[in-house]
Design a protein around this ligand. Structure first.
Ligand SMILES: *Cc1c(COP(=O)(O)O)cnc(C)c1O
Length: 407
């Protein structure tokens, strides 16, 4: 007999440690921007597995790459070379500022590698890393310490030493935190989890200038903004600055777990055999999926399409903001990493809006307690965007009539 959402939820809740507040659906199949749950209900996916499924679900080229590689070789560890891994590193270094790559399995691991590299490169006594308030860098102890949101620290103290947080948008305050023991500044070009909050180009250029002035490394966490999400392969390309180290993960393997840290030859030289490692890092199957992903994203017109659809989506949401000023105050983002900023009154209903959209078959979330966040697969169509916007308008209208405070 086919299992239902309810049955699967009950079984799952019995055996899982309660780290997630899951929606009451068990997904069984995906195709393009659509998902189907165990009860047969269809969803239009504007979540993409948290900005992971850039090419949507079950993309035939990704399926083929995974199946082919799985039939050849799944794992040998990094005691040996494998071609998918080499091809992946070549593709990334050929299409970015970077010259050398370290492969791992997740975003947090990529940031851990970056933190360790920044410290060992900078030498004795230089260990402090400054990140920004509102940032998100992962859940391991070091990356959670780097994360500039106290709610993620609570209960886990003492955290590793040497992580400082500068108030968002304030270059002077940032410079005041720098001393002789600082080795790097770590930031996302656009804060994803923190509420789809872009850092102004001038601000980022100011951060770069501080790094140059004080001889610090600039680490860009492009785990969410990378892999075409913003309309260029990496977001830094739109900012006229280059970081010294860049981390990526999420969409890199189209859903297979893989992360990477990218840097220059000079900085990379501080890592030698024995300084850092990962058993699974750059696993051939995950690497093959990443190679196939990159080839599609780098093909003619793909990234331009992301920029066009991102502009269209943001403009359509902008119209909603005009229609529902009591709920949406503005729209922001880069490419297809888009947030509708809720008003003070709108925020009260953020979770409910997302739940109502879920009931209507649309997946999205409420991020940073301020925005409705949309991170659809990059292959999303104009029609799917229209469908989401129309449905969101219906939901917002319900709130405006239901809640007299919003009248
Ligand atoms: C998701 C995310 C991470 C953490 O990645 P994991 O794969 O969950 O460890 C780190 N930084 C940013 C910006 C992210 O969006």
């Amino acid at each position: 007999m086919k299992k239902s959402n309810k049955q699967l939820k009950e079984r799952g809740d019995k055996v899982f440690i309660g780290t997630y507040a899951r929606y009451p659906a068990a997904m069984v199949k995906g195709s393009g921007c659509r998902l189907t749950d165990a009860d047969g209900k269809e969803y239009v996916d504007f979540m993409a597995g948290i900005a992971v499924c850039g090419l949507g679900h079950a993309h035939p080229k990704i399926t083929e790459a995974i199946c082919h590689q799985a039939g050849e070789l799944v794992h040998v560890s990094n005691l040996y070379y494998t071609e998918p891994q080499i091809e992946l590193a070549e593709l990334i270094t050929d299409n970015s500022f970077g010259e050398k790559l370290f492969l791992c399995n997740s975003g947090a691991e990529a940031n851990e590698a970056a933190i360790k590299l920044a410290r060992i490169y900078s030498g004795e006594g230089r260990y402090k890393i400054i990140s920004l308030s509102g940032s998100f860098h992962g859940r391991t102890l070091a990356t959670v310490a780097a994360t500039g949101q106290p709610k993620f620290h609570k209960g886990f103290e003492p955290l590793p030493e040497g992580f400082l947080h500068a108030p968002f948008g304030d270059l002077q305050a940032l410079e005041q935190l720098i001393d002789g023991s600082t080795c790097a500044i770590l930031c996302e070009p656009l804060q994803g989890e923190g509420g789809v909050r872009p850092l102004a180009k001038e601000y980022l250029q100011g951060i770069k200038a501080l790094c140059e002035k004080h001889n610090l490394l600039l680490i860009f966490d492009e785990i969410q903004t990378g892999m075409g999400r913003t309309g260029t392969l990496f977001a830094y390309e739109q900012l006229d600055i280059e970081p010294d180290i860049l981390t990526m993960a999420k969409a890199l393997g189209s859903g297979l777990p893989i992360g990477a840290m990218l840097t220059s030859v000079k900085i990379a030289e501080s890592f030698v055999p024995g300084t850092h490692a990962s058993t699974f890092g750059g696993n051939p199957v995950a690497s093959a999926a990443a190679v196939a992903t990159l080839k599609i994203m780098l093909a003619d017109g793909f990234l331009a399409g992301v920029r066009q659809k991102g502009e269209y989506f943001q403009a359509e949401l902008g119209k909603l903001a005009e229609r529902f000023p009591a709920m949406i105050s503005s729209v922001r983002g880069m490419g297809l990493l888009v947030g509708a900023v809720l008003t003070e009154k709108g925020v009260i209903h953020g979770t409910e809006i997302v739940n109502k959209m879920f009931d209507r078959g649309f997946l999205m979330n409420f991020a940073g307690n301020v925005v409705l966040r949309f991170v659809p697969p990059l292959i999303v169509t104009k029609e799917e965007i229209d469908l989401l916007v129309t449905t969101l308008a219906e939901v917002l209208a319900e709130f405006c009539y239901a809640d007299t405070r919003l009248a």
